[in-house]
Design a protein around this ligand. Sequence first.
Ligand SMILES: *[C@@H]1O[C@H](CO)[C@@H](O)[C@H](O)[C@H]1NC(C)=O
Length: 708
Amino acid sequence: MRVLNTVLLLVAVPTALAVKTQDFKTCSQAGFCRRGRALAARAQENPASWTSPYSVDAGSLAISADQASFTAAVKSSLYPQIKFGLDVRVHDDGIVRVRMDEVDGLRKHYDEAASWALIADPTVSKNVKWTIGKKEVRAKYGPKKDVEIVVAFEPLKVTLFRGGKEQIVINGRGLLHMEHFRTKAAEQAQTTEEGLNTEDAQTVLSTNNPRAWFEGDTEDAYWEEQWSSWTDSKPKGPESLSLDITFPNHGHVYGIPQHASTLSLRTTTGESPYYTDPYRLYNADTFEYLADSTMSLYGSIPLMHAHSADSTVAVFNAIGSETWIDVSHPTDKSTETHWISESGILDIFILPGPKPEDIFEQWARLTGASVLPAEWSLGYHQCRWNYVSSDDVRQVQKRFDEEDIPVDVFWLDIEYAEEHKYFMWDEKSFPDPVEMANDVSANARKTVAIIDPHLKRVSTFPVYQEAHENGYLVKTKDSNEYEGWCWSGNSAWPDFFNPASWEWWHQLFKTEKIEGKFTWVDSTKDVHIWNDMNEPAIFNGPEISMPRDNIHHGGWEHRDLHNINGMLFSNQTYQGVLKRTNPAERPFVLTRSFYAGSQRFGAMWTGDNLGTWEHMAVGIKMVLTNSIAGFAFSGSDVGGFFGNPEPEMLTRWYQVGIFSPFLRAHAHIDTKRREPYLLDEPYKSIIRDTLRLRYAMLPVWYTAFREA
Ligand SMILES: *[C@@H]1O[C@H](CO)[C@@H](O)[C@H](O)[C@H]1NC(C)=O
């Protein structure tokens, strides 16, 4: 959440007054996105002469001993000295994985996104045999032998056929481009004397640059990038990845959460696009987000389904960096997409379907099923920023019971923690946290408390001290401890890409004393966890997040793994809560930020929505899109986070909310209290009946999760 700095939210807020769009980049403000879209525009202008410069060196092709995969060298005619390697394999369930990376480059492209997303290394098929032809290599497979994957050599093109019909085509439009690592000096040698920085920091390349037809004739934001008051140092130079994926026989595409948009994705380019910017994936604390937009929100799952009356297929683009996706429909029965990412290798998983339920199964085998929730967590959750004291919590519980309104969980937002040092109770307001949690547990209910990733940088906070002393914190580009501003003031962020930090984080959740270590003795095994702000949200950072040139474990830059960051935090919280009981009890962890695979660790919600009818409606679409992307344990805050919904709106919101997998009411600190018992009749009784309907359906929810 962020502090509301306007009081105009009483009734329906005109969307124009919402999000500060100037806080977030558009495609034209991101160098690599500009370059990607310009490449597509050049291809569009010269459709007859346009061919992809990338080709497979047929002579290098090597089929593995198990027959299911092959490797080959790939070259770009623009840079004959740069080497790329291709690896194509078919998994035992028919998924095709296509990987391409630069070989022996000056640096390494980030190649670990899939290893975080996948539950295990998939086994390759035993029933696939590649046939090498003059112009392509192909394999037929599937129970009916009606699926065929074809990799054409020149130019490189990957096509999945079923029943002889094209389902998915990669690089069919020739937009594939993996910018190779280069040195600044080598590039500068190519520029003419007048190759000076122009107003928009573009370096003009030599007029006889033979690559201009493909790459353009400027070095647009290659080595440094200015945006608003920030400078991104980009020490690795250009390394973006552009990729076109076409579904020639599918008129609808779905997925790629998280956006406040329609279920069937709209056009962003072409003749008359519905949106002007591509769908953006860059996890961000998008304060007062719009109810109809391609702007990025808190999480990213780069999985897209393509659907037609007789076929459903999907692609997973395993990338951790910022990614923009253009969508267009050349006809109403076909879809073209263009994926533009800031960094990373090409690592595409082709899910062959052929039915939607097959995609769900293939996706679950790849990245895991939704966690099986404890039954109590499918009940009604009561939250507010903030229940201000332990007696406040007791009083709210008492009022629910007096009014006989069902509820299972009481939540504590950031104000329970002294100076927002999470795990440390504010002793004045919460003098007896264990007794309070036990009073809630005495009625077979649970407590959820918030634990955010920003650690207040003070010596009186043992959690920060331990992380600092052990070197578990994210570093700046100059290898200093990164400091940013968040709820806790001057703060640092744990780096969960460092496996050495995991045990340390797990031990914090122990409820018993451990000599010489901080453990959460002021909690109980019935206190579960809410992870917020894990995009990460940083008030004084670019786009309210972390500088892209910050450094994580392994030397990777923040830009490489930004979208994965939030998942690692909620995973380690989940693992910590799991370990604190023996035998283990199922943890409940709510996360705001997420990536492909986050469904394994708990629930998500759609963040800081507005108390408007538009947000109530788009919340349904967002929850459905999340489910399509495999993360079913999801919900939107009932009532809307910002504003004071009138009684009818609040009542309707409960009626909607009980049909989402995760059901929580939440409200901003500046709003009036709105617990259901405070409403007049008939609203109070309608909400009571609505919540009872949810409880009557708990076996349905629980069974549905078991099946999911
Ligand atoms: C989750 O945490 C476990 C260990 O605690 C680790 O083995 C696994 O790789 C982690 N996965 C992700 C996605 O963070």
